[in-house]
Design a protein around this ligand. Structure first.
Ligand code: GLA
Length: 344
């Protein structure tokens, strides 16, 4: 049995397909190099002792009595609690958590933390690893039931199923994950943090999700995946606008896959711009700080730029000609491998 393990959960970039995951829609994310690392040392008792290095805080609890908590502690307790509920025989461990991404920046630091925690706890207990989509669902329950954010499966699947040089087209109705070659030719993708932090539990995220559920119910469909643009016209506002975003965004994901396959970067840029306009005007998740960053990217020559992730702040994704100087603070991103564990 390994007594010391290191697990890494990468964060994701979502090329396109925002707020579609909990509507059984489509998205096109990929994992990147940045993420969260959890080191676990076997203890020989039934305690979890966790240290969050970046904030200099600690938490400790007995595995036989896992109670809810706030902030980063909710993730650690949720990871242990959900694994125990799934019947995994956990072992006491000391955990050291550190990250290379800011929290609340729209890059899915929450999912990266969940994934790294779960993989570390499984490995240090020498428990078999469930298959990746099962792990993604378990991680998502941590966020839904322990952290209080009714997020979907986008971030967890991207973190767990990432592949170098490939984006993945996810169909959230079937949970099929299809690799898509990521070739940008003479272009590059960058992310730029607006500096405005959000937590999904505290922003309008849960409200958007509830609005989509209500729209689907009024339309008599199982999810907005089954709605058409024509159907959305009969809904009252803001439900009509929310549904219009979701339906049109699914179409943009398909078009983006086709544009990538044809190497048509101008078309991909136009789709990013259209996604942003839809998220700003119909889904209403943009903010003045985000709009400033989008405008900076466009002034720097971006062929497309959009708000990324849950919204209400966070980061902007921009597609730029390779020789254009990106705005200061921008980070170039490309697909990297998914979550991994090593023993020592
Ligand atoms: C957050 C959530 C995801 C997804 C996106 C919006 O990142 O965690 O489940 O809903 O927002 O696309």
């Amino acid at each position: 049995m390994p007594s010391h393990v290191t697990a890494f959960g990468p964060v994701r970039v979502n090329l396109i397909g925002e707020h579609t995951d909990y509507n059984q829609g489509l998205a096109l994310p990929f994992a990147i190099a940045a993420g969260v690392t959890v080191e676990a040392q076997l203890r020989g008792d039934r305690r979890i002792e966790a240290a969050a290095r970046d904030v200099g805080e600690r938490d400790g609890f007995e595995l036989d009595r896992v109670e809810p908590a706030e902030g980063w502690r909710a993730f650690v307790r949720g990871a242990a609690g959900e694994l125990l509920s799934a019947g995994v025989e956990l072992a006491g461990a000391s955990l050291s958590i550190s990250g290379s991404v800011p929290c609340g920046a729209g890059l899915s630091s929450s999912a990266a933390l969940e994934v790294a925690l779960v993989l570390a706890l499984l490995a240090v207990a020498d428990a078999p690893q469930p298959e990746r989509l099962e792990l993604a669902k378990l991680c998502s329950r941590i966020e839904n039931d322990w952290v209080g954010a009714q997020t979907g499966l986008l971030d967890q699947i991207a973190s767990l199923c990432g592949e170098a040089e490939r984006a993945m087209e996810i169909d959230f109705r079937t949970l099929e994950v299809r690799p898509v070659a990521f070739e940008l030719g003479e272009f590059k993708l960058v992310t730029l943090d607006s500096g405005e932090k959000h937590t999904h539990a505290g922003s309008g995220y849960n409200q958007r999700r509830a609005e989509c559920a209500e729209a689907a119910e009024r339309l008599g469909v199982a999810s907005l995946r089954d709605a058409t643009l024509e159907m959305t016209e009969g809904l009252p506002d803001p439900l009509s606008a929310r549904a219009r975003h979701v339906v049109s965004e699914n179409g943009r994901v398909r078009a983006a896959v086709a544009a990538l396959e044809r190497g048509n970067m101008e078309e991909l840029g136009r789709l990013l711009d259209a996604s942003h306009a839809s998220l700003r005007d119909w889904y209403e998740v943009s903010t003045p700080a985000v709009e400033d960053v989008v405008a900076r990217c466009k002034r720097a020559g971006a062929v497309g730029a959009r708000i990324m992730g849950g919204g209400f702040g966070g980061s902007v994704l921009a597609l730029m000609p390779g020789d254009a100087a990106a705005p200061s603070g921008a980070v170039e991103v490309r697909p990297g491998p998914g979550a991994r564990v090593s023993a020592s």
